[in-house]
Design a protein around this ligand. Structure first.
Ligand code: DMJ
Length: 457
């Protein structure tokens, strides 16, 4: 065993100790859950009054911001993202209002191009989880129509790895330089859709893309973060567990968890071992994953994106609870220091290198995933702080907003509630605190966008 590896393992034992929390009664968690639900209901009212049907609300000014088409039409992104969260919270009037809007207004025969990855995880996934919750056939039909319109991105590519953009009406594609997350984050939605409509071609299309990427890994089993999907040639050397690679790793595990496909498990294990060997590093008692050269393992930089915090939960799911807990503890330390996590953190300097917070869910995501494996109140407590701090700093006139500077006192608010807020952290808090009977805590699956594709009751 090399010196570096010994050092990491020794450090792990110390770092994995998440701070113990005083016992909190189940009633107190339920009270907290009721608050989460009340905040969701209030934010939904704000969105309904100011810009129902628009993609995203600007909660400070009360305006709206498009996500897909700057000149319209709006796609009701917030509604699609929110539906299964509203459902598990028992906000049934709001669910009915949202489903009605979708059935009456959402159409995809639009002469405009969309980013395949974002459209897949947010809209196809959101429609599928809303269908799982309500069994409204129209939702499944819309998910299928949209996935079909995205499919030229895959079928026109010589390697099977999708182009980044596709025109929903014409099927024209563009942008051959893409990233692991945008190539490998389809199996959950495409596989679920294929199961629902009885057509395995969706699963096969998503799997082919992942295999094409995995097959191009380096001799030390890492992938770089940019590749040409036409030629299959790498155009970067930088390996990262953060964006733009992050959810590629997540969906390797998920392909196994959801569909029992052993190839996905093997692919996950190969990468997880290489990441543990070449990227895991202890610094001041904390576990971090610096970017490295994908062929040599040499460290390139010590930037840690907040989005990489999801990796704590994934490590746990993949069977490495020690590293999962240790990595969550590293981020918990940053949360304790700044209150709200900065978008980026330089682990060598132990200081933020990006001072915004785009109302991110990844830390709460890992709290939930680890809690589902090990129902310990420590994870709930970390998520409670995340929620309370969000309420304290992000609440605005018409909802919750991004922060422009988490190091300022008071923090400086921006003016946007991203679509994922409705699908992710509000759901994660609720599931963590409520013990709701609308969710199966034993058998479940949440996508990278927090869409519940298995386990809605
Ligand atoms: C979400 O859209 C998804 O979680 C995605 O995988 C990456 N990050 C954003 C939220 O930060």
């Amino acid at each position: 065993m090399g010196l570096h590896r010994r050092h990491v393992l020794k450090g792990l034992a110390a770092a994995s100790a998440l701070a113990a929390v005083p016992a909190i009664s189940e009633d107190k968690w339920k009270t907290l859950a009721a608050d989460v639900r009340a905040q969701m209901k209030w934010a939904w009212q704000g969105y309904g009054e100011r810009c129902f049907g628009q993609d995203q609300i600007k909660p400070v000014s009360g305006g709206a911001q498009a996500f897909f088409f700057p000149k319209g039409p709006p796609m009701g992104l917030t509604i699609v993202e929110a539906l299964d969260t509203l459902y598990v919270m028992g906000l049934d009037t709001e669910v009915a209002q949202g489903v009605r809007w979708v059935a009456d207004n959402l159409r995809f025969d639009i002469d405009g191009e969309v980013q395949v990855f974002e459209t897949g995880i947010r809209l196809v996934g959101g429609l599928l989880s809303a269908w799982c919750a309500t069994r409204e056939k129209k939702l499944l039909a819309l998910a299928k129509d949209l996935a079909d319109r995205l499919s030229p991105a895959f079928t026109k590519s010589p390697t099977g790895m999708p182009y980044r953009f596709v025109n929903l009406k014409t099927g024209a594609v563009r942008d051959s330089q893409s990233f692991p997350a945008e190539i490998g984050t389809y199996i959950a939605e495409w596989g679920t859709l294929g199961r629902a409509v009885g057509d395995k071609r969706y699963f096969d299309m998503a799997k082919r893309s992942v295999k094409a990427l995995f097959d191009r890994r380096s001799r030390i089993d890492l992938v770089a973060d940019t590749i040409d999907v036409e030629t299959g040639a790498w155009v970067s050397r930088r390996a990262s567990v953060g964006p733009p690679s992050d959810s590629y790793f997540e969906y390797l595990w998920d392909g196994w968890q959801l569909f029992g496909d052993p190839d996905f498990k093997r692919w996950y294990d190969v990468h997880a071992a290489a990441i543990a060997k070449y990227q895991a590093q202890m610094s001041d008692g904390n576990l971090w994953f610096p970017q490295v050269d994908f062929e040599t393992g040499t460290v390139i930089d010590h930037h840690q994106s907040e989005l990489a915090a999801f990796y704590a939960g994934l490590l746990g799911q993949g069977g490495d609870m020690a590293r999962g807990k240790a990595y969550l503890a590293s981020w918990a330390g940053v949360q304790a220091r700044y209150g709200v996590l900065p978008e980026g953190y330089d682990t060598a300097k132990a200081a933020p290198d990006r001072i915004t917070n785009e109302l991110r869910p990844e830390f709460a995501d890992s709290c939930l995933n680890l809690f589902l494996l090990d129902p310990d109140d420590r994870y709930r407590e970390l998520a409670r702080v995340h929620f309370e701090k969000m309420k304290e700093t992000s609440r605005a006139a018409y909802g919750f907003t991004i922060i422009d500077d988490v190091t300022a006192s008071p923090m400086k608010q921006g003016d946007l509630c991203p679509g994922y807020w409705w699908s992710e952290q509000m759901k994660y808090y609720w599931l963590l605190f409520s013990n709701t009977d609308r969710f199966d805590y034993k058998t479940n699956y949440l996508s990278t966008e927090g869409n519940i594709l298995v386990g809605i009751k």
